[in-house]
Design a protein around this ligand. Structure first.
Ligand code: LLP
Length: 433
């Protein structure tokens, strides 16, 4: 739960706003964004990593309001598409503090980024190096660049979100020499300025051993560039991926501890290699916005289903589902939930929170003990939905994507409005158009 969440007489309050009032005003389902919590987590990273640049990874969740908070808290911004770049632009985010990622940025996206003066572009393929060099040359600019490398480590996380083993699409392999070649090609391009190397090993990672191995391998390459090419790279980015608690079983990452660990490894390695320490940066997304949001839903139906062995499970259906949170279906993610609109003395029963989609895999919370008297009209809230839920939301079954409502000091404000049927139908131009 976010830091300001608490229950009063069974009613969940976030940012001083009762979720019953919030739903009355803004409808359900809704993503409830705790502004104080978001800012506190952003600040905690900035303070713990004082000597680093902290890039908030916008892919976790981005809108113009959040981009402004990120700027105000002194963080930089990582974007990974022309769309995210457009949000940053509309928010008036300082472009010198934007990093642009992606393994297949289009020529138009690269052109826009260079034109806007994006602070760094992280290149991910030989094709891109050529394309970007050309774009920058034509615009008469010198574009600062980082080279994304694959550190060759097995990060302990879901296969879909691990990115540092060899057999996946991101980065230049250190092992097969591609990373070293990429460095040389960037150095050879007059319109590009090589600032350093970049490594991101994956997401929702708790074990710091992966970061340690990656940092060591990337620093070894950094040292080789200095030795053999006589180039001191001024920067290095160690990516994001710090895990958060989705259920009480997980132990969330602590920015201060992470900062100490990462700084120690880098200091130690640089001393051993006899090279000056590069200026470091990181890119946390989930660990800043994940815990700051909960999703509130209204219960529509409840169904008792018999299980083998004589027990039963209660299927509690809500007014959203896999279109506003695909993570359970896609990554087998674990979430929890609570009755948010009243207190109940009923005995807890094994329940499954499911959505309204035409698909059996449409599960939001696999297992939770909810009061046995949960009924239509009740509100249920799911914590920890700030990262990769709204940003991966879809219109599956033509559902309307829920709003994001920011709460602070007893006031709620819509920062992303609910979609309407007109929004939905506006792209369906039909054969008569
Ligand atoms: N930097 C780079 C280059 C990345 O690719 C990512 C995430 C991040 C930073 C931020 O990672 P974070 O701190 O948020 O873990 N949709 C998946 C997560 C995909 C992560 C993609 N890249 C999920 O819902 O778990």
């Amino acid at each position: 739960w976010s830091q300001t969440a608490s229950k009063e007489a069974g009613v969940l309050h976030v940012g001083g706003v009762a979720l019953t009032d919030l739903v009355r005003e803004h409808g359900s389902p809704a993503y409830v964004l705790d502004e104080a919590d978001f800012r506190a987590r952003a600040r905690a990273f900035r303070d713990a990593f004082r000597t680093y640049d902290v890039f908030y990874a916008g892919k976790a969740f981005l809108c113009t309001t959040v981009a402004r908070w990120v700027a105000e808290e002194g963080l930089s911004l990582d974007v990974c598409s022309g769309g995210e770049l457009a949000v940053a632009e509309r928010a008036g985010f300082p472009m010198a503090r934007v990093g642009f990622h992606g393994n297949n940025k289009s020529p138009a996206e690269l052109e826009r980024a260079v034109e806007l003066g994006v602070g760094r572009i992280i290149v991910d393929s030989f094709h891109e190096i050529e394309r970007l060099a050309e774009v920058a040359r034509e615009l008469g600019r010198t574009q600062p660049v980082l080279v994304r490398v694959t550190a060759g480590v097995e990060a302990h996380t879901h296969e879909y979100i691990a990115t540092a083993h060899e057999d996946q699409k991101f980065g230049f392999s250190i092992t097969n020499g591609a990373a070293y070649d990429a460095v040389q090609r960037v150095l050879a391009a007059e319109s590009l300025e090589l600032r350093g190397l970049h490594s991101h090993i994956g997401s929702q990672i708790f074990d710091s051993a992966g970061f340690e191995v990656a940092a060591r391998r990337v620093l070894a390459l950094h040292a080789r560039v200095s030795d053999e090419l006589g180039v001191e790279l001024p920067e290095m980015d160690l990516g994001g991926g710090f895990g958060i608690a989705y259920t009480t079983q997980d132990d969330p990452s602590d920015p201060a501890q992470l900062a100490t660990e990462m700084t120690t490894i880098v200091e130690h390695e640089c001393r051993a290699l006899g090279i000056p320490e590069p200026h470091l940066s990181i890119e946390p997304g989930r660990s800043i916005v994940g815990p700051a949001v909960c999703t509130v839903y209204e219960v529509g139906t409840v169904k008792e289903v018999a299980l083998d062995g004589g027990s039963s499970r209660s299927y509690v259906s809500v007014d959203g589902g896999m279109s506003d949170n695909i993570r359970t279906a896609l990554y087998d993610a674990d979430y929890s939930c609570t009755l948010a609109s009243r207190s109940s003395d009923a005995a807890p029963v094994l329940s499954r929170l499911v959505g309204k989609h035409c698909e059996a895999g449409d599960v939001v919370v696999k297992d939770e003990f909810l009061p046995g008297d949960v009924r239509p009209g009740d509100l249920v809230a799911v914590p920890g939905t700030g990262a990769y839920c709204r940003s991966m939301a879809s219109n599956y079954n033509h559902l309307l994507r829920p709003p994001v409502v920011a709460v602070r000091d007893g006031v709620s404000r819509v920062v992303v409005r609910r979609e309407t049927l007109d929004d939905l139908l506006s792209t369906d131009v039909g054969i008569d158009a």
